[in-house]
Design a protein around this ligand. Structure first.
Ligand code: B12
Ligand code: SF4
Ligand code: SF4
Length: 237
């Protein structure tokens, strides 16, 4: 089994391998994992694939989390392993620590992670813990040191995402509820879009609007990360 073969398998479902690593003690991965594989949307095929799924149109809550569980669960079963989903919490599986361990994603000046290929659009739909140790690609170079002017840091119109300050969720959500916030609501976070690497990813606006709606509806300002809110742990990504 090679990572390239597994990536081909994943791409047939609308997902792509966005990183992998060999776990060490302290990585909080499922027991017995020899390789942890991170899966994210494979744009532009991901959104039409999800749109065609039964979860998209069955009107039950959290269609994308349910789609991720089903599709990544099936991939994991085929690969003889088990799946982990970011929304499986609290406590939340440490996806950002795993992203850092993969050598393909790095902390950006605004706190979000930036991926060598997907830029600030990177999100993870799930991880698969394989028992064997697969051969891994070389780590990528962190993109931010070479990025002129760090446009992500000045793109938010209300300064909710900027360098050196924590993400101001209340300020972001208040702006999103105004008429001026329509652009972020309908096309996704301006700070994420400002990244030149994000600009190369053919992600549909409709996908971004779906995530922004989940962020606003399921996580209203003040929601603590440890709060489940009666199962309302949505699908911002
Ligand atoms: C809870 C959560 C949130 C909560 C944070 C609540 C709070 N009061 O802090 C809210 C709802 C605000 C949130 C929002 C978003 N999130 Co979020 N979130 C998570 C989740 C499920 C758990 C994080 C956590 O609490 N870990 C436990 C603590 C102990 O660890 P921590 O490292 O200190 O966690 C902190 C950071 O993760 C941070 N955080 C979480 N989301 C975001 C988003 C931004 C912009 C920043 C700067 C920080 C941040 O808040 C956590 C608590 O302080 C993770 C998935 C996961 N399993 O990790 C996704 C995750 C971190 N989020 C992600 C994303 C993409 C978003 C959004 C940008 C997506 C969107 N468009 O809706 C939005 C922000 C809206 C925007 N501007 O576009 C991605 C990050 C990918 C990346 N590029 O870095 C993750 C990994 C989910 C995924 N499926 O890939 N999120
Ligand atoms: S969604 Fe819009 S308001 Fe919120 S952080 Fe991003 S750019 Fe700022
Ligand atoms: S805009 Fe530049 S500094 Fe910001 S995340 Fe993208 S590459 Fe890094």
């Amino acid at each position: 089994m090679s990572l390239a073969a597994l990536d081909r398998d994943a791409r047939a479902t609308g997902l792509a391998i966005r990183g992998a690593f060999h776990p060490a003690p302290g990585d909080a991965v499922p027991e017995g994992a020899g390789t942890l594989i991170l899966l994210g949307p494979d744009e532009p095929g991901f959104w039409p694939e999800f749109r065609r799924s039964p979860e998209y149109s069955d009107d039950a809550p959290h269609p994308l989390d349910r789609w991720s569980r089903r599709v990544i669960g099936a991939l994991a079963a085929r690969w003889g392993s088990m799946a982990v989903i970011p929304a499986d919490g609290p406590p939340w599986p440490p996806f950002l620590s795993w992203a850092a361990r993969s050598g393909q994603a790095f902390p950006s000046p605004i706190g979000l992670y930036v991926h060598a290929r997907a830029g600030l659009w990177i999100s993870y739909r799930g991880a698969v813990a394989l028992p064997g140790r697969l051969e891994l690609p070389q780590p990528s170079a962190p993109p931010c040191p070479a990025c002129a002017g760090h446009p992500c840091a000045s793109a938010c119109p209300v300064g909710a995402l900027s360098t050196g300050a924590p993400y101001d969720i209340a300020r972001c959500q208040s702006y999103l509820r105004t008429e001026a916030g329509r652009d972020c609501r309908e096309r996704g976070c301006l700070a994420r879009r400002a990244c030149p690497i994000s600009a190369t990813l053919p992600r549909q606006d409709e996908q971004s609007a779906f995530h922004m709606a989940a962020f606003m509806e399921d996580w209203p300002t003040g929601t603590a990360p440890e709060t489940d809110r009666a199962g309302k742990k949505g699908e911002p990504a």
